[in-house]
Design a protein. Structure first.
Length: 294
């Protein structure tokens, strides 16, 4: 078995990804379900030792991003305030086993309006490693979607929108759960995006109309799902207009959700393209490790 130079780790809320690294080449990847939500601070080192085992033949650097650095994680890594470059100098974490030399990368914070990110900054760093001259806006779709202004290799500002979480709550825990299920109608989605952007004050009423439409007109479940998504993303695009209007926008995300955002933005005549998020976190961790050891 090859001896690793270092270990890259993305330690999220519900999942851990480890890469055994030789330089900038991953020798293999380990996935584990023991994310931050399942661990106490004294449990992280034990997980690493269990998963890495005999591969640790001497002192080995471990570079970690994500929720392991949260206040409730392994050890809090204080946020770096924007505007700033993507941090590469993580905070050291004491370990009992001398074979582990652990550092956790900080997230980013913004004071006005208040906002934070933890983990996404490493994805941004991975994107910038591939496109160092990029000047524009990144959209990172997810449960909490990030809109990030990047200029001169720095994060200038960002905003977080809870559209994904609102969709989950409304589709599974509100009266709309009786109307929303699988399926999709693209025309209905785009119409809802325009409705929310043009008449945001009536969105609360438009949401209930989804339920009423399924009762009175037998609207298809796919139409209900598309309309709920369109109303929420339309509100988000209205709020994020200063980020995307007149800017080059790169959507950094998984294919299905990224395509939904791309379609909505393209319908607003935005300059938009998508970049797959696959591998970008590892690229960001590698860039941070390389800058620190250069």
């Amino acid at each position: 078995m090859s001896v690793p130079d270092w270990i890259a780790a993305d330690w999220g809320t519900s999942h851990l990804r480890l890469w055994i690294m030789r330089g900038d080449t991953p020798l293999r990847r380990i996935d584990d379900p023991r994310g931050m939500s399942k661990l106490t601070p004294d449990g992280y080192e034990a997980v690493l030792l269990e998963l890495l085992g005999d591969e640790l033949t001497g002192p080995t650097d471990v570079v970690i991003c994500g929720m392991a650095g949260a206040r409730q994680g392994w050890k809090e890594a204080p946020y770096a305030a924007v505007p700033c470059a993507i941090p590469s100098e993580g905070i050291p974490v004491p370990t009992s086993d001398p074979r582990l030399r652990v550092r956790i990368l900080p997230g980013l914070s913004q004071s006005s309006p208040p906002d934070v990110m933890r983990g996404e900054e490493t994805q941004i760093g991975g994107f910038l490693a591939a496109e160092p001259g990029f000047d524009g806006v990144l959209c990172l779709p997810g449960t909490h979607t990030k809109w990030v202004h990047v200029s001169a290799a720095e994060v200038v500002s960002f905003r977080t929108f809870m559209s994904g979480e609102l969709f989950d709550l409304l589709s599974t825990q509100s009266v709309l759960r009786f109307s929303v299920s699988d399926g999709w109608e693209q025309g209905t989605f785009l119409e809802a995006v325009n409705d929310a952007m043009g008449r945001p004050a009536t969105v609360a009423a438009d949401l209930f109309a989804i339920r009423a439409g399924s009762l009175l007109s037998g609207d298809a479940p796919g139409a209900a799902r598309a309309r709920l998504s369109g109303l929420l993303i339309g509100l988000e695009l209205a709020g994020a207009r200063p980020y995307w209007l007149g800017q080059e926008v790169v959507i950094l995300g998984e294919s299905a959700l990224a395509e939904i955002y791309r379609t909505a933005l393209a319908a607003q005549s935005a300059m938009v393209r998508t970049v797959s998020v696959e591998g970008v976190t590892l690229t960001g961790l590698t860039a941070a490790y390389s800058r620190r050891t250069a």
